[in-house]
Design a protein around this ligand. Structure first.
Ligand SMILES: [Mg+2]
Length: 228
């Protein structure tokens, strides 16, 4: 059995900056700080860490419920922002045919491993009609530290299917060295795709098991998973 855990942004889709714009609006509404996300690393980060880093940068010590308020505002604005036209908003090459093929295979289980809040993930994926491919997942709300998300995803897999993950091959598919790093402690394999902010060389340097320029070559990628 194979368990495939997909990242979202830069791996399956590009939101054309919708996520960053929605967070910037939420941050402004909450704290009155303009451009609060400027200079903050987004790629490969979890949403709670992005919030925390924006607070640190602005010199804000958030009150206890501020993160929940931020999240609620962000999700409201994300729905608005993602519905706007943007030249850089798109599903990445090969994603849909690959997910269609993988979802036909009884020994392959598709899940998510993403720094997005769960509801943010759903909003982004459903915009591209991709949410139905994923039966379970681990999200930024489960743990702010991405390196803790693989066990959460596997626990959700067991809850969903009744199968223990022991003996399965687990793959993490993502676009950043952080996706690769979060898999390693758990012995999960990594397929890194250079459709985000990192090129193939940086992903090779991060020691991904397999590096591809994009997910367009369905047959090649199916072979990678099937032979693992
Ligand atoms: Mg990503």
């Amino acid at each position: 059995m194979k368990i495939l855990l997909f990242d979202i942004d830069g791996t399956l889709l590009l939101t054309g900056g919708s996520g960053a714009r929605a967070m910037t609006r939420a941050f402004y509404e909450l704290f009155g700080v303009e451009n609060g996300l400027q200079g903050i690393t987004l790629s490969g980060m979890t949403d709670p860490i992005i919030f925390r880093n924006a607070c640190i940068q602005a010199g804000i010590e958030p009150e206890e419920n501020a993160h929940e308020q931020f999240k609620r505002l962000y999700l409201t604005y994300l729905k608005e922002e993602i519905s706007k036209d943007h030249s850089q908003k798109r599903m990445l090459p090969g994603v849909k045919p690959l997910l269609q093929q993988l979802s036909q295979k009884p020994d392959i289980h598709l899940g998510l491993l993403t720094g997005n809040y769960q509801e943010g993930a759903r909003i982004k994926l459903s915009h591209f009609d991709l949410d139905h491919f994923f039966g379970f997942g681990a999200y930024g709300d489960d743990h702010a530290d991405r390196n803790r998300l693989v066990p959460v995803a596997l626990q959700r897999f067991t809850e969903k299917t009744g199968f223990p993950p022991n003996g399965s091959t687990v793959w993490v598919i993502g676009d950043t060295p952080r996706d690769v790093a979060c898999a390693k402690p758990y012995g999960a394999k990594t397929l890194a795709v250079a459709t985000g902010h990192y090129d193939e060389k940086s992903l090779q340097n991060a020691e991904a098991d397999v590096v591809v320029s994009d997910l367009a070559d369905t047959e090649k990628i199916l072979t990678v998973f099937e032979n693992s």
